[in-house]
Design a protein. Structure first.
Length: 464
């Protein structure tokens, strides 16, 4: 496994490497190449000056001004050698190192220029300043023509030896390098402290996340702020999930206990009082056992749907056939309970669906329609209709209805409008959430229209 180093070390090492690279580059350029740069710079400015003078001479304007401009310049020195009278006169004005050139040297130079195509740079000429002191100068020589006469233009510049400068730079550089490196180390430590503190706080906080006890950390940077916000959100989700888990255990154990109490109670009564051994009491036991089994089935389906394991087995189903089947199952039940139950069909159509699962949804709607109705005359309609080009299947009841602010909530798991667990209103609160999962798996739109105290109409739409 690759060994990981701390963020502080990484910041420190990266900054130091960067600074060393920059210092190294500066050192090499300042000391190693300085001399070359300087000489190149000198030569190119010398040549460009010569060209400028040539241009001005060719323009034949104010030649005195041209030369005077350079006679007093410290940078360059100019001479013009020619038989032309004007030029000779002009050359009288020149002073400086070039003035001291003897005729022999000038003649040699003229020859070299000729051999080299009209111009030449003499870069190792030494100008004698005193008995023992010499000065390096560069001389650029060029043949030009003035009033049909040949003119040898000589332009020179002094070259200062850089050895002393370079050695000064070297010693200063050492000091600068030490200061920069020390500053970098301090800066890196400060920076890392600035970044690492919030990261440490966040990671310490994140350890409390599983307990839902993550606390907001002041992060000082956008990215860490985002991380902090994500953890705060995760913390809220964990708290919510924890609450839901507690509610689930509470609800499920309550829902399991009620039928179990009934079964045990009725069972004991029948055992102890033989006169109570009648069909009615035994039916109570059977009903409660069935309720238990439905509840367990629903819970299994919910857990399957949560884990994505709920699979559909779609087939072509005739709507009228489906609704008639469900109607037949419920007809007797409603008759016994004195509920008016109606089936409203229109022209038949076929849709792809998991027949068993959609039947389960309809049973769920019908059970609720029966459960949540305290009216004297109870009506339930199972029907179908065209709705905005789709086929809508619905279960209508004239029961309690649903308060408009609860219409969205009833599809949530374990949600009950009436939190009091009344015996007549049996239900675990998972029926509609399971119906919702199944309808969403099918891709069917669903919903409820209702007026509190008057009616509820649960529906889902099929088709494109
Ligand atoms: P439950 O097991 O409690 O019936 P459901 O998920 O089936 O769970 O329903 C959730 C809640 O929606 C119910 O507790 C009830 O308050 C409300 N509800 C569902 N169907 C109807 C209906 N037809 N009329 C009035 N309220 C209903």
């Amino acid at each position: 496994m690759k060994r990981k180093s701390s963020l502080r070390t990484q910041i420190l090492v990266s900054l130091l490497l960067f600074i060393l690279l920059v210092l190294g580059l500066i050192y090499v350029f300042q000391t190693g190449f300085l001399d070359d740069f300087y000489k190149k710079e000198k030569i190119s400015s010398l040549i460009s000056t010569a060209e400028k003078i040539e241009q001005e001479i060719l323009k034949e304007e104010d030649l005195e001004d041209v030369i005077d401009g350079y006679v007093f310049s410290n940078e360059v020195n100019v001479r013009l050698i020619s038989n032309n009278e004007d030029i000779r006169e002009l050359d009288q004005r020149s002073a400086g190192p070039l003035r001291g050139l003897d005729l022999m040297t000038i003649f040699q130079m003229e020859k070299t220029v000729e051999e080299n195509g009209g111009s030449y740079l003499f870069d190792n000429y030494q100008y004698r300043m005193g008995p023992d002191s010499f000065l390096d100068i560069y001389i650029y020589a060029k043949d030009i023509t003035y009033e049909e006469d040949d003119v040898l233009l000589l332009v020179s510049t002094m070259v200062t030896p850089l050895a002393a400068t370079i050695s000064t730079i070297r010693s200063q550089f050492l000091m600068i390098a030490v200061i920069v490196i020390l500053t970098t180390v301090v800066l890196a430590l400060l920076l890392s402290k600035l970044f690492i503190k919030p990261i440490k706080d966040i990671s310490a906080g994140a350890r409390n996340l599983p307990k839902g006890k993550y606390e907001n950390v002041e992060a000082r940077s956008l990215e860490l702020d985002e991380l902090n916000d994500t953890l705060v959100e995760a913390n809220e989700e964990i708290l919510k999930a924890d609450k839901a888990k507690k509610e689930l255990i509470g609800n499920v154990s309550h829902d399991l206990r009620t039928p179990l109490t009934m079964i045990v109670g009725y069972g004991e009564m029948i055992r102890d009082l033989p006169s109570e051994n009648n069909e009615e009491n035994i039916n109570v036991i059977i009903d409660e056992a069935r309720r238990l089994s439905t509840l367990v089935d629903d819970l299994l389906d919910v857990s399957k749907s949560d884990s994505g394991a709920l699979e559909l087995h779609p087939e072509d189903v005739s709507i009228n056939d489906l609704l008639q089947g469900v109607y037949r199952q419920y007809e007797k039940h409603c008759e016994e309970k004195n509920v008016s139950f109606e089936l409203k069909l229109i022209d038949d159509k076929t849709f792809k669906m998991d027949r068993g699962r959609i039947t389960q949804v309809l049973y769920n709607f019908l059970n609720n329609a029966l459960n949540y109705n305290d009216k004297e005359e109870k009506t339930i309609i199972l029907g179908e209709e065209e709705h905005e080009g789709k086929r809508r299947i619905y279960v209508y009841d004239n029961g309690a209805g649903i308060p408009s602010d609860k219409k969205d909530l009833i599809w949530d798991r374990y949600y009950k409008v009436d939190k009091e667990h009344k015996r007549s209103h049996i239900g675990s609160g998972i029926g509609l959430s399971l119906a919702k999962s199944l309808l969403e798996l099918h891709g069917f739109d669903y919903g409820v229209d209702s007026k509190e105290g008057e009616y509820s109409k649960f529906w889902f739409d099929m088709g494109e």
